[in-house]
Design a protein around this ligand. Structure first.
Ligand code: 6PG
Length: 474
């Protein structure tokens, strides 16, 4: 029932994300309510003095300020807090009301919560939101999954507050139950891979070519104007221009080289391994963040293993930048392809009802991995919605072939000079195995059978076989 002056949307958790989302919603003419158990945050919200945003520090008053069916979105840290808030909400909301988890929850938790809430008569959406604080304010990319009826109720509002690409909103119903959070998790896995690849280009330029900050800034600036155009390259360009206040030096150079993580990249690797689906570029990106944390060991080892004397790359840096551009293009294609492959299989396994083209479409704007290249991915899935792997698309095929010399040069030169490029190497090895009709896995099967009688299968012959390998007579 719609009452005069009642709010059409409620949001719990008035941190920067929550407050920005409310302002975005209010900008589109909706009446909305915000709740936080921290009075200061509620005060800050009310002090915005926006006629159509109402802050509450009492959850009952907050819920009562909403139109029926009530729509409440949580913008709280993933984990236990989500369960605590849901329990509170269930106590004050009514059957038929809608609860949205807008955090980065693990998809298995969303699965559990969806079932629990369904049994209790509530409609639940697990919705990944990407774009950070700025995205929340100006237009994020949103990946909702769960109750379709709930989605239909909030679709118009979400479409209005989302980013838009070619006039189309970067939000769409992803699929059943935990589909939204699964898609967001893979988004973050790809994000980790792209960030690792970019950091490796930085390493080559800085260590290999001893380029200065301005020169590196110019490279990222140029890349962002071409086919590598993307949010992550764009912010990298800006980071290479950000000087410490009142100084000529970059802030970047004072930042500790120990990468933190909240876990979504690791979850992507774990989920992929559970499905038996390879995403090595994501795995290695998680591993390298972890390695970076062992600073004390790295410092000690750096004195024991000084590395190649020949770390400096010779030759023309400008020419080499073109090779690196191609290598990044290749690595980027691999990162998206591996992520999409994971989504394809997760969809089969978990029966989400995902549409691959729709995922590519809503990632084209608002989110952290938005890029020019997503247009190509979108086009590939639009052409063939059942495409099993992006590398099998003709236009992606041509782009991979064109970039192959670049990535081969970057990986081989880096190994010669002792520069670590684990994500580039992973991208290339994945490709070289992917394009192999035969892999050396036959030897692994023989070894397993040798020491563990695990049996093997034969090419062109039905059945499983075992050999007493010790009895070899030749
Ligand atoms: C986004 C980001 C967002 C968050 C990441 C950071 O899409 O807006 O991915 O979700 O910034 O969780 O992840 P790490 O802390 O693990 O780097």
């Amino acid at each position: 029932m719609k009452k005069e002056n009642q709010s059409e949307f409620g949001l719990i958790g008035l941190g920067t994300m929550g407050s920005n989302l409310l302002q975005n919603i209010a900008d589109h003419g909706y009446n909305c309510s915000g709740y936080d158990n921290n009075y200061k945050k509620v005060d800050a919200l009310n002090q915005l003095d926006r006629g159509n945003i109402h802050g509450f520090a009492n959850i009952k008053d907050f819920v009562m300020s909403l139109n029926v069916p009530r729509v409440v979105m949580m913008s709280v840290p993933a984990g236990k807090v989500v369960d605590i808030v849901i329990e509170e909400l269930v106590g004050v909301m009514e059957k038929g009301d809608i609860i949205i988890d807008g955090g980065n929850s693990h998809f298995t938790e969303t699965e559990r919560r969806y079932k629990d809430l369904e049994e209790k008569g509530f409609l639940f959406l697990g919705m990944g939101i990407s774009g950070g604080a700025e995205g929340a304010r100006k237009g994020p990319s949103m990946m909702p999954g769960g109750d379709k009826k709930a989605y239909d109720t909030v679709a118009t509002l979400l479409e209005k507050i989302a980013a838009h690409v070619n006039g189309e909103p970067t939000v769409a119903y992803m699929g059943a139950r935990s589909a939204g959070h699964f898609v967001k998790m893979v988004h973050n896995g790809i994000e980790y891979a792209l960030m690792q690849l970019i950091s490796e280009t930085y390493e080559i330029m800085k260590e290999g070519f001893q380029m200065n900050d301005n020169e590196m800034h110019a490279v990222y600036e140029k890349w962002n104007e071409g086919r590598l155009q993307s949010y992550l390259i764009e912010i990298t360009r800006d980071i290479f221009a950000y000087k410490k206040p009142g100084e000529k030096l970059l802030l970047l150079n004072d930042i500790k080289d120990e990468a933190k993580a909240t876990g979504t990249g690791k979850w992507t690797s774990q989920a992929a391994m559970d499905l038996g689906l390879p995403v090595p570029i994501i795995d290695i990106s998680v591993a390298m963040r972890d390695l970076s944390k062992y600073k004390d060991l790295r410092v000690k080892a750096s004195t024991m293993y000084p590395g190649s004397q020949d770390i400096k790359y010779g030759g023309n840096a400008d020419k080499y930048i073109a090779k690196m551009e191609a290598a990044y293009y290749f690595g980027m294609m691999s990162a998206y392809a591996q992520g999409m492959h994971l989504l394809y299989h997760a969809n089969e396994e978990y029966k989400y009802g995902l549409n691959m083209d729709l995922i590519a479409k809503i990632w084209r704007g608002g989110c952290i991995i938005r890029s020019e290249f997503l247009e190509d991915i979108f086009a590939a899935y639009k052409k063939d919605s059942k495409l099993k792997h992006l590398f099998l698309d003709n236009s992606i095929h041509d782009n991979l072939i064109m970039s192959l010399d670049g990535i081969r040069a970057v990986v081989s030169d880096a190994s010669k000079h002792g520069v670590a490029v684990p994500a580039f190497s992973a991208a290339l090895s994945y490709f070289d195995n992917f394009r192999s009709a035969e892999m050396p896995a036959n030897l692994i099967m023989a070894q397993r059978d040798y020491f563990g009688s695990h049996t093997y299968e034969l090419t062109g012959k039905e059945g499983t076989f075992h050999t007493e390998w010790e009895d070899a007579n030749n």
